[in-house]
Design a binder for this molecule. Structure first.
Ligand SMILES: Cc1cc2nc3c(=O)[nH]c(=O)nc-3n(C[C@H](O)[C@H](O)[C@H](O)COP(=O)(O)OP(=O)(O)OC[C@H]3O[C@@H](n4cnc5c(N)ncnc54)[C@H](O)[C@@H]3O)c2cc1C
Length: 386
């Protein structure tokens, strides 16, 4: 594994800093507070060729890998722009269509999504199933020629701005399968199709990507809506899980760095007793501790990204990276908040705003406890807890 980034990777990493000159943290916060998607920034990224990082060049993508997609996210988040739709779209939807879609599906969805003119959200979570995706009940019933999709999903980020959803549904009910991972199928659903309804969820913190409940009432789908093999959707989903962990780890380490940079600036200037507060060990050590953990998580994230690009399928590094990055990010924001004193809680300084956003990633998309169980049993060989 090379630690040095290639010139192209450095360029992708630095793109975030350049983008943040036009679409900066203030822009992101204004959008978040208005619950409005960052359309202008997304369009710009499409024009600049950064939305199809893992899509083949013949379909309008950059033909690169997980490392480049992660570096893009890390670079942007370093500047305070944690673009969550990079997870739902390019990571969770475009990548599977790219690797498992038919030629027709690739032609239909990929060029427009890479250009930013069309967008995907990703829908797996259901209220009654929660972290146990095996128990989802959204069902696509076959009528011989096509399917009728019924059920509901929750917490779907960006369902309001998405043209399509990549929906994980059952084509065989849980009770009728031999293996619990059988019977899942992935469908592309047009968000304007008859029978699709969305309802925003009133979240208690803000981000530009609004979470929605999505309802499907006998939505008619054809074989052309199926991605990959019917009943084998979980295999495709497995391919997306490590990339999802990695991209979120990249986001958490980047935003953590952004918080620490702000804390360093503030603590180097602010004087309370003798000299700047950044010299007080009570301020300096938590920041240094968080910085160390952020850089460790970044390294593990890049190792996991590299592994995905090598074709490794084990989830150890990706899960550990996501866990480490979310915890390090939360710690970094908390240390930055403490360093800012009362100012940390003001809109002007913009530190507290980062806290609830970062805290989400201890819970979603996979909570800390399930990840630790995975590491315990799959990486360390301990007995399984569930
Ligand atoms: C901001 C945000 C954006 C999201 N975006 C999307 C999206 O775009 N698409 C999508 O499909 N979903 C999305 N989600 C849903 C997210 O993936 C789920 O919230 C998450 O998977 C957890 O499921 P749950 O909320 O039902 O929690 P539950 O499964 O009810 O878990 C509750 C708590 O129980 C504990 N727990 C659960 N299982 C175990 C276990 N096995 N061992 C020990 N403890 C356990 C954990 O502490 C967990 O936090 C989003 C959620 C949020 C908050």
């Amino acid at each position: 594994m090379e630690f040095e980034l290639t010139q192209e990777q450095q360029m992708i990493y630095q793109y975030g800093s350049q983008l943040a000159k036009t679409y900066d943290r203030k822009y992101w916060m204004e959008k978040a507070e208005n619950r409005e998607f960052t359309h202008e920034m997304w369009d710009q990224m499409g024009k600049d060729g950064f939305l199809g990082m893992m899509v083949d060049t013949q379909y309008g993508g950059a033909g690169l890998g997980m490392m480049e997609l992660a570096l893009l996210m890390e670079g942007m988040s370093n500047e305070g722009i944690p673009l969550l739709m990079l997870v739902a779209g390019p990571t969770m939807s475009l990548a599977p269509i790219s690797s498992h879609g038919t030629e027709e599906q690739k032609q239909k969805y990929l060029p427009a999504c890479c250009a930013g003119t069309k967008q995907f959200c990703f829908a797996i979570t259901e209220a009654d199933a929660g972290s146990n995706s095996m128990k989802i009940t959204t069902m696509a019933k076959s009528n011989g020629e096509g399917y009728k999709l019924s059920g509901s999903k929750t917490f779907i980020s960006g369902a309001d701005v998405a043209d399509y959803a990549l929906v994980v549904a059952r084509t065989t009910a849980f009770k009728d399968v031999d293996k619990k991972t059988d019977g899942f199928t992935l469908f592309v659903v047009d968000m304007k199709a008859k029978g699709v309804e969305i309802q925003p969820i009133d979240m208690s913190f803000v981000m530009p990507e609004v979470q929605h409940s999505v309802f499907f009432d006998e939505v008619e789908l054809g074989p052309e809506n199926v991605i990959g093999e019917v009943g084998k959707g979980f295999n495709i989903l497995f391919d997306c899980l490590n990339p999802e962990r990695v991209i979120l780890a990249a986001m958490c380490v980047g935003l953590g760095r952004y918080a620490l940079d702000k804390a360093v600036d503030y603590a180097s200037e602010r004087e309370v007793f003798n000299g700047p507060i950044g010299a007080y060990q009570g301020i300096q050590h938590p920041l240094a501790d968080a910085k160390t953990k952020i850089e460790l998580a970044s390294l593990l994230m890049r190792k996991a990204a590299w592994g995905i690009d090598q074709g490794f399928t084990e989830g150890g590094d990706a899960n550990m990276a996501k866990y480490a990055a979310a915890e390090a990010g939360i710690e970094a924001v908390d240390a930055a908040l403490q360093a800012h004193g009362g100012n940390g809680f003001t809109k002007e300084y913009g530190i507290f705003d980062m806290y609830p956003f970062m805290r989400v990633f201890r819970t979603a998309p996979l909570n800390r406890e399930v990840i630790l169980s995975y590491i315990g049993s799959h990486v360390m060989g301990l007995p399984k807890s569930y």
